[in-house]
Design a protein around this ligand. Structure first.
Ligand code: ADP
Ligand code: MG
Length: 683
C-alpha cells in the first residue's frame, strides 16, 4: 500500500504545479499533509427554526416564496431585490443585493433554501446564498469546513482539493492506534475520523471525530516522549558514577539544618540516577525557597566523591557569584575547588580557568551559559546542574558527546507546573518535586490595595526603610512594549526619588547593560539602596535577605505565577516580609487573581489557579513556552485526554513486547514524521 506521506500533493486531481507550490507555504507537501489540514471551524448550514434564531445571526432556512421578486436598481450595477417568503408559520421578507441575475429564476410558489443574515426587527433575511430545489452540491443541512487560507489558496479551492484528495486517496489512510486502545475508548477508525473532521455528519459526528484525532495526537506525542526516555534510560553510554554514599550522608548530616522529607526523597532519586549507567535527565521543581540549591549542592558533592567534576549553570553573573559563595561555604570543609566562569573574566583569567578545568584541578565550576562552549573542556565532567532557561536540549547533549562527555543532567525550575503541563513540556524528563518548604518560614503577608491607597503604600516603604529594611518596587508592565516598560520604570524612579529625598532609590531595567545592572544589584545587596525600582528583569533567584517589602504596580497585568515569583524575592531572611499588590482590576477574573494571591503562598496552588483562569497558552508566556503545537488538541480543553494518553503511552513503552511486537512498527514511521519534539528517540 502506498504511503500517503510519500505521495506529492500534485497527484491530487486539480492541484497543479503552482497550487502545489502555494500549498507548500502552508507546510502541505504530501497528500497526507493535505488531508490532515483540518478546518478550524465550520459554517453551519443546518436548517434553523426561526423561533430559535437570534438577531444578527447567519442562518439557513427553508421556505416557499409568497410573491414574485421586486427589483430596484441603483445606478448601473447596484440592485436590491425583495420577496415575501413563508417559513413554517412565519411570513418574512428576503432581500438580495446585487444579484439581479436571480430574478428570472425566482417566482411565487417556489420552494428553496436561503442562507444569510437574520434581522429580527424587520423579520428579514439578507440572502448571501440561494439554493434551488434538486441541486446536488447543496450545502443545506451540512456543516461546511472553514480552513485557514491565504494567498492564492481560497476557501472554496481548498475545500474542493481536500474533498478530491479524500475521494482519490482516502482508502490509503492507515490506522496508527493499536486495536486495544480503539476499543478501550470506543474511538472511530482513523480514516473515518479524518473524513468526518472535514465533513461531519452533524455536530455529534464531528465531535466524535475530534475526540479520536485528539487522542491520537496526544497519545503519539506522549509515546514519543516515553520512547525517548526509555531509549535514553537503556543507553549505557552515560556515567555509572561510583558515588561514595557514606561520605554523602556525612555531608548531609553536617548541613546546618535537617533536610525536609521532600529533599531527602529527591536526593535519593538523584543519587540512584548518578550511579546508573544511563545519563540522568531529571527536572527538579520546587517553589521559591523550597531548598533546591542545597539539593543540587549535595548532588555536586556526590559526583565529586565519584571523582567527577560538576558544573552549575545560571542565567546571570550576579546569580553565578551568589551561588559560588553559597557553594564555597558548604564545600569548604571538604577541600573542593570551585571556580567562576563568566563573561567578565579577563582573557588571562579565563584561560587559566579553562586550563584548570581541562586538567581536572577545578572540581565544581559555576557560570553562565558560557560554560558549555566549544573551547570549554572538562577532564571528567560528571554532573551538569542547570536551570529551566538553560534547559538542556538534545543539541547541547550532542555537543558534549562529541567532546566525549555524557554527563548526568539536573534541571531546576522554580515555576511550579501543574501536572498536565509538566507531562507535556517536560515529558522527556524524570520529574522530582519538592512539595514542602523548610520548617519555620514566616509566610509572606500579601495585601491587595487600590491605586487610591498609593500614599499609604509609600508610607509603608518609608517605615521599612526606617527599620533598616529594603523594598522592591516593580513597575507596571505594558504588554508587547519593553520600551514603554522601561519608560514607566524611569518615571516611577523619578517620582519616588522626589517623594523620598532622604532615601537612596535605585533603578533597574532591561535597557541597561549587564555591567550597569550588576552594579545596581550589588549596591542593593550591600544595603546601599533603600528602594529598588525595577521592571521584571529582577532576577529569579536573587537573594537579598534584608529586603522585606515587595510592591507591585498594576499587579493585574502580571500572570499569577509571575507575581508569585516576584513575591519570592522577599521573605528570605529572619524578618517578617510583605507583598503589596496595587491594582484596580476591571473584571471578575482579575479580582479573583488578586484574591488568590492574598489567600495562598503555595506556588502549586497558584499555578493551578493561574492555569484555570488563563489557560495553558498564557501560562507559560509566549517566549519560553516549550509547548508543542497540536493540530487539533487544545490543552485547555483536553487536559484529561492528555493524562490518559500519557498513562497509556507509559504502559505501552514499559511493556517489553512493545519494542519487538507489530504494535511498534506502524507507529514508528508516523512518529518520525511528526516532529513534535526536538530530536528523535529512535535514532
Ligand atoms: P530555592 O533554590 O529552592 O529557591 P534555596 O536552596 O535557596 O531555595 O533555599 C532557601 C533557603 O533555605 C536557603 O537559605 C537554604 O539554606 C535554606 N534551606 C534549604 N533547605 C533547608 C531545610 N531543609 N531546612 C532549613 N533551611 C533550609
Ligand atoms: Mg548516570
Amino acid at each position: 500500500m502506498r504511503d500517503l506521506y510519500q505521495i506529492p500533493v500534485s497527484e491530487v486531481r486539480g492541484v497543479g504545479k503552482e497550487k502545489a507550490a502555494e500549498l507548500a507555504e502552508f507546510g502541505i507537501r504530501s497528500v497526507g499533509d493535505l488531508i490532515e489540514y483540518y478546518p478550524f471551524r465550520y459554517e453551519d448550514y443546518s436548517i434553523r427554526d426561526l423561533s430559535q434564531v437570534k438577531d444578527g445571526e447567519k442562518i439557513t432556512i427553508q421556505g416557499t416564496l409568497a410573491s414574485d421578486p421586486v427589483l430596484q436598481m441603483y445606478g448601473r450595477s447596484k440592485s436590491r431585490m425583495l420577496c415575501k417568503v413563508v417559513v413554517d408559520r412565519f411570513f418574512i421578507s428576503a432581500v438580495w443585493f446585487n444579484q439581479k441575475f436571480l430574478k428570472d429564476k425566482l417566482s411565487s410558489g417556489l420552494e428553496l433554501v436561503l442562507t444569510g443574515k437574520w434581522d429580527q426587527k424587520r423579520l428579514q433575511i439578507t440572502v448571501s446564498e440561494t439554493e434551488f430545489p434538486g441541486k446536488r452540491n447543496a450545502n443545506a443541512g451540512t456543516l461546511q469546513p472553514v480552513y485557514s487560507v491565504g494567498g492564492a489558496i481560497t476557501q472554496k479551492w481548498i475545500r474542493k482539493a481536500i474533498s478530491q484528495a479524500l475521494q482519490q486517496f482516502g482508502a490509503l489512510v492507515r490506522e496508527v492506534l493499536p486495536e486495544f486502545l480503539l476499543r478501550k475508548y470506543d474511538l472511530m477508525p482513523r480514516s473515518e475520523a479524518i473524513s468526518a473532521l472535514h465533513h461531519p455528519d452533524g455536530t455529534e459526528h464531528g465531535q466524535r471525530a475530534r475526540r479520536r484525532i485528539v487522542y491520537e495526537e496526544l497519545f503519539l506525542f506522549q509515546l514519543k516522549l516515553h520512547a525517548f526516555r526509555a531509549v535514553n534510560r537503556s543507553r549505557t553510554d552515560g556515567l555509572a558514577q561510583q558515588v561514595d554514599l557514606p561520605k554523602v550522608r556525612a555531608f548531609v548530616r553536617a548541613l546546618p539544618f535537617t533536610l525536609t522529607e521532600s529533599q531527602k526523597n529527591v536526593l535519593a532519586d538523584i543519587l540512584r540516577d548518578l550511579q546508573e549507567p544511563y545519563a540522568m535527565n531529571r527536572l527538579l521543581q520546587g517553589d521559591v525557597g523550597a531548598g533546591k540549591t542545597v539539593v543540587a549542592a549535595a548532588a555536586l558533592y556526590a559526583a565529586y566523591t565519584a571523582g567527577n567534576q560538576g558544573s552549575l549553570m545560571v542565567p546571570t553573573e550576579i546569580l553565578a557569584e551568589q551561588h559560588k559563595r553559597s557553594l564555597d561555604k558548604l564545600f569548604e570543609p571538604y577541600g573542593i575547588q570551585t571556580a567562576l566562569l563568566t563573561g567578565s573574566l579577563t582573557d588571562k583569567q579565563r584561560r587559566e580557568v579553562l586550563a584548570s578545568l581541562q586538567m581536572g584541578l577545578i572540581d565544581v565550576v559555576v557560570g553562565t551559559h558560557a560554560l558549555i562552549q566549544e573551547d570549554v573542556f572538562f577532564r571528567r565532567l560528571g554532573l551538569v546542574v542547570t536551570d529551566e532557561q538553560h534547559r538542556f536540549g538534545v543539541q547541547q547533549r550532542s555537543i558534549l558527546r562529541r567532546k566525549g562527555m555524557n554527563p548526568d543532567v539536573l534541571t531546576m525550575t522554580a515555576t511550579p507546573i501543574p501536572r498536565t503541563l509538566a507531562i507535556t513540556a517536560f515529558g522527556d524528563m524524570d520529574v522530582s518535586t519538592l512539595r514542602e518548604l523548610p520548617k519555620g518560614r514566616k509566610p509572606i503577608e500579601t495585601y491587595w490595595v487600590k491605586h487610591s491607597m498609593l500614599e499609604r503604600v509609600l508610607g509603608f516603604i518609608a517605615r521599612e526603610a526606617e527599620a533598616g529594611r529594603q523594598s522592591y518596587v516593580i513597575c507596571p508592565l505594558i504588554e508587547e512594549s519593553e520600551k514603554l516598560d522601561v519608560q514607566n520604570a524611569i518615571d516611577v524612579h523619578v517620582q519616588l526619588q522626589q517623594h523620598f529625598p532622604s532615601l537612596r532609590v535605585g533603578l533597574l531595567h532591561g535597557r541597561m547593560s549587564a555591567a550597569e545592572k550588576d552594579e545596581v544589584m550589588r549596591a542593593f545587596k550591600d544595603n546601599g539602596l533603600h528602594v529598588l525600582v525595577s521592571t521584571t528583569v529582577i532576577e529569579v533567584g536573587v537573594d537579598v535577605p534584608n529586603a522585606t517589602l515587595m510592591v507591585i504596580y498594576d499587579a493585574d497585568r502580571f500572570g499569577l505565577s509571575q507575581l508569585h515569583q516576584l513575591r519570592g524575592r522577599v521573605g528570605r531572611g529572619e524578618h517578617q516580609s510583605y507583598c503589596v499588590l496595587i491594582s484596580d482590576p476591571k473584571t471578575d477574573v482579575g479580582k479573583e487573581r488578586m484574591k488568590a494571591m492574598t489567600e495562598t503562598n503555595d506556588g502549586f496552588e497558584i499555578a493551578r489557579r493561574d492555569l484555570e483562569l488563563r489557560g495553558p497558552g498564557d501560562f507559560f508566556g509566549t517566549k519560553q513556552s516549550g509547548m508543542p503545537d497540536f493540530r487539533v488538541a487544545d490543552l485547555s480543553l483536553d487536559f484529561e485526554t492528555m493524562e490518559r494518553a500519557r498513562d497509556d503511552a507509559a504502559a505501552l513503552v514499559a511493556d517489553s513486547e512493545f519494542w519487538t511486537a507489530a504494535v511498534y512498527i506502524p507507529l514508528r514511521d508516523y512518529l518520525q514524521r511528526q516532529q513534535l519534539f526536538e530530536g528523535d528517540p529512535l535514532d
